[in-house]
Design a protein around this ligand. Structure first.
Ligand SMILES: Cc1ncc(COP(=O)(O)O)c(C=O)c1O
Length: 360
């Protein structure tokens, strides 16, 4: 039997919520959007959350709301899903790729410090796979006028020193893709403490339309990044079950870490963990091993759906001119994401770890 990589935790409650929206006749920009947004804002500890079409749209809207453009630089980690860098590039600004720490896989904060230039407008930090970035240290690495933004696509429910990821930066971007802890099929959100940015985000997700004294205008063109009521209805029960969904993922992660402890002690694998005082969101459980490619191909052929971690963005054609980033390249070559979802049994975990052990 195949051991699947991911398996969205959706069921009868979500199906009933969708049926209710279909029966209501209001499929988009109805009450479910605001209800979903309120759940997201509460979970992230912010006053505002704006639901959007997907996590990439969230990142792009965040960059647009800050009016980034040609001549601006935004520091982004070199090891991340390419959407982090693409969203910046789409505005005409330059994503400056900075290397990552090969153990935490998060941005190397000393490298951020070195990459700051007079053109640096923001740092878009990624809590990769749900592992919180050391926010205080990051803040101390840049001048106060450099904006700190979060790509919290995989970090809903994760906490940095007790504070929710997605509520730490000027803007936070979330994804509700099916491999995320909370899913709406496709979906995303931008969070913020700022009323002004909230208004800009709402305008920009709806073509840039602004209504003043009953008259609609478009001061600055944008696009349609709205999320439908159908999708928001799926997200609401998911958000209400967030503590349960997080606990399930933490249980699987602990099960892997326990089984991998011997190999970790022998220096054969790098096992993921949050820093002292942080809570990992476990969007993915990503180990590192030297023989990753062989493990990936063989385990897949045997029905264990493992996956690479994510990308060394500097190796992609669009960004190759930025040169080498050794930490990102090392992790890109060694990272292996193990199956992570609520249907995994102890036997499945035994089987996955026994499979991995053959390649170290
Ligand atoms: C770190 C990171 N940023 C952005 C995204 C983009 O999210 P979406 O797939 O919802 O567009 C992802 C999705 O995998 C991600 O992992």
């Amino acid at each position: 039997m195949t051991i699947r990589l991911g398996w969205p935790d959706v069921g009868a409650e979500e199906a009933a919520a969708v049926a209710e929206v279909l029966a209501s006749g209001q499929l988009t920009m109805g009450p479910k959007v605001a209800e979903f947004e309120a759940e997201i804002a509460a979970a992230c500890g912010v006053p505002h959350a704006v639901a959007v079409a997907n996590g990439t749209a969230a990142l792009h809207l965040a960059a647009m709301a800050l009016e980034l453009g040609p001549g601006d630089e935004v520091i982004v980690p070199a090891y991340t899903f390419p959407a982090t860098a693409n969203a910046v590039a789409l505005t005409g600004a330059t994503p400056v790729l900075v290397d990552v720490d090969p153990v935490t896989m998060n941005v190397d904060i000393d490298a951020v410090y070195r990459a700051v230039s007079p053109r640096t407008k923001a740092v878009l930090a990624v809590h990769l796979f749900g592992n919180p970035v050391d926010w205080d240290t990051l803040a101390s690495a840049v001048a106060p006028e450099v904006l700190l933004l979060e790509d919290a696509a995989g970090a809903l429910g994760a906490k940095w020193q007790g504070m929710p990821c997605g509520g730490l930066g000027v803007l936070g971007c979330l994804s509700f893709h099916p491999r995320k802890t909370v899913t709406t099929g496709e979906g995303g959100a931008v969070t913020t403490h700022s009323e002004e940015l909230d208004a800009a985000l709402r305008r920009l997700r709806h073509h840039g339309i602004e209504v003043r004294d009953g008259v609609a205008d478009i001061p600055r063109p944008s696009t349609n990044y709205r999320l439908s009521d159908i999708q928001c209805a799926i997200g609401i029960p998911q958000m209400r079950r967030l503590p349960e969904l997080l606990a399930m993922r933490a249980r699987v992660a602990a099960g892997y870490s326990e089984r991998l402890a011997g190999l970790e002690a022998a220096g054969k694998v790098v096992v993921p963990r949050a820093a002292e005082g942080d809570e990992h969101g476990w969007q993915a459980y990503v180990i590192q091993l030297e023989n990753r490619d062989e493990a990936l191909t063989t385990l897949r052929a045997e029905g264990i759906e493992v996956q690479i971690g994510t990308y060394a963005v500097n190796l992609l054609s669009a960004y190759r001119d930025q040169g080498s980033r050794p930490g990102a390249e090392l992790v890109f070559r060694r990272a292996l994401a193990l199956p992570l979802h609520s249907h995994l049994t102890d036997d499945d975990l035994d089987q996955v770890v026994a499979g991995v052990a053959r390649f170290v």
